[in-house]
Design a protein around this ligand. Structure first.
Ligand code: NAP
Ligand code: MG
Length: 398
């Protein structure tokens, strides 16, 4: 049978547990029959990360910098229990953290919306994409408990020995303090990734901080965004017919709840953490959230927002059929194939990615779904299928 050719390979990052099973099923059932798939394969399973002292994760990220597009399966981030389970040499760091640091990227998450699954916020008609700044603030802070009375100060020491000091508080009793930071470099990379992404999807960009209260820290975010927008993106945005909109975080939350969606919402680290969970649950299921890491110089790593779905994997190991939702992982593949196709000018491959997404939405809208969606979907003849059956239903529509 005729197969669509690929010119340049994708970086393929395989992963763990149930998503590793789904990974193979997606390739076998939906991709291989239609595409002469070219990838450079990196096995990011916990077993292989341990065997390579995590070098495989670093190598895959470096290769992504070169090839430009990667697709990643969910991976286990080890904790104490996993140390035991996998007899690990070390508690390896989160692969997503390692890859993000090497690509210096921002993560964009958006729900897959289908007819019949209505968001809890009923005015939302189009997906809202959340961009989370994944560096600094409270995630890299220094915290202390204080047994007062005491005076707490911020002290900055420059290489020449000069210091800058500012009082935080005179404590009369016990209390708590924290010091946090961000860098102009990281905020600028975040801003550029957001402007670039909004241009690509031709959607408005919203950004918010609490600069009325945090007049130096949050204000710096606002200024950097504004400066980069004015110097590098204003004309491009005007040409594309989209806008950049800055407001306060509380104002933006109120606006989001009244909006119909269809924009990119750039969030500071904490806001993004909290708001992306809100968005995912308001849209129904974590299994329907897509995720892409975009670097400021235009490198892309596509993945699902969910994890390795451990509970389903243990059932799979016992020989049970599971009805794990493959949509977000399937969209990681279509996202990566489409981006590869666009960069290489491969129209046929781009059409294929579009058709797979349409076929998967048609499948759900025809009532064929996985267990996680059964109570959410409004359809008279809905029925639950297992993961392979769902993917076969998608492939049969191609
Ligand atoms: P999870 O794998 O996302 O699963 C949490 C629960 O959400 C599942 O038990 C399942 O609920 C439901 N769920 C998630 N995805 C689903 C899907 N595709 N289809 C159906 N149901 C789905 O999160 P976790 O259990 O907290 O973490 C498991 C492992 O994944 C951990 O080792 C963690 O380190 C890793 N993880 C990796 C990434 C990543 O690589 N990006 C992200 C997050 C977590 P029910 O069991 O009730 O059906
Ligand atoms: Mg969270």
């Amino acid at each position: 049978m005729y197969k669509i050719e690929m010119k340049v390979p994708l970086v393929e990052m395989d992963g763990d547990e149930m998503t590793r099973i789904i990974w193979q099923q997606i390739k076998d059932i939906v991709i291989h029959p239609f595409v002469d798939l070219k990838t450079e394969y990196f096995d990011l399973s916990l077993v292989n990360r341990d065997a390579t002292d995590d070098q495989v994760t670093v190598d895959s990220a470096i290769r992504t910098r070169e090839l430009g597009v990667a697709v990643k399966c969910a991976t286990i981030t080890p904790n104490a229990q996993r140390m035991d389970e996998y007899k690990l040499k070390k508690m390896w760091k989160s692969p997503n953290g390692t890859i993000r640091a090497i690509l210096d990227g921002t993560v964009f998450r958006a729900p897959i919306m289908v007819k019949g699954i209505t968001p809890f916020v009923s005015v939302w008609k189009k997906p809202i994409t959340i961009a989370r700044h994944a560096y600094g603030d409270v995630y890299r802070d220094a915290e202390m408990t204080i047994s007062g009375p005491a005076t707490a100060e911020l002290v900055v020491t420059y290489p020449g020995g000069q210091t800058q000091i500012k009082k935080i508080h005179d404590f009369s009793g016990s209390g708590i303090i924290l010091g946090m930071h961000n860098t102009d470099e990281s905020i600028s990379a975040f801003a550029r990734s957001c402007f670039r992404f909004a241009l690509e999807v031709r959607q408005e960009l919203w950004f918010a901080t609490k600069d009325t209260i945090s007049k130096t820290y949050d204000h710096r975010f606002k200024d950097i965004f504004e400066e980069i927008f004015n110097n590098e993106y204003r004309t491009l945005f005007e040409d594309a017919g989209i806008s950049y909109f800055y407001t306060l975080i509380d104002d933006v939350v109120a606006r989001v709840m009244r909006s119909e969606g269809g924009f990119v919402w750039a969030c500071k680290n904490y806001d993004g953490d909290v708001m992306s969970d809100m968005l995912a649950s308001a849209c129904g299921s974590l299994a329907m959230m897509t995720s892409v890491l975009v670097s400021p110089n235009g490198k892309y790593e596509y993945e699902a927002a969910h994890g390795t779905v451990t509970r389903h994997y243990y059932r799979h190991l016992k020989g049970e059929q599971t009805s794990t939702n493959p949509m977000a992982t399937l969209y990681a593949w279509t996202g990566a194939l489409r981006k590869r196709a666009q960069i290489d000018g491969n129209k046929e491959l781009e059409d294929f990615a579009d058709r797979v997404e349409r076929a998967s939405i048609d499948t759900i809208e025809s009532g064929i779904i996985t267990g996680d969606l059964i109570s959410l979907l409004d359809h008279p003849e809905k029925r639950t299928v297992n993961t392979a059956e769902f993917l076969e239903a998608v492939a049969s529509r191609l």
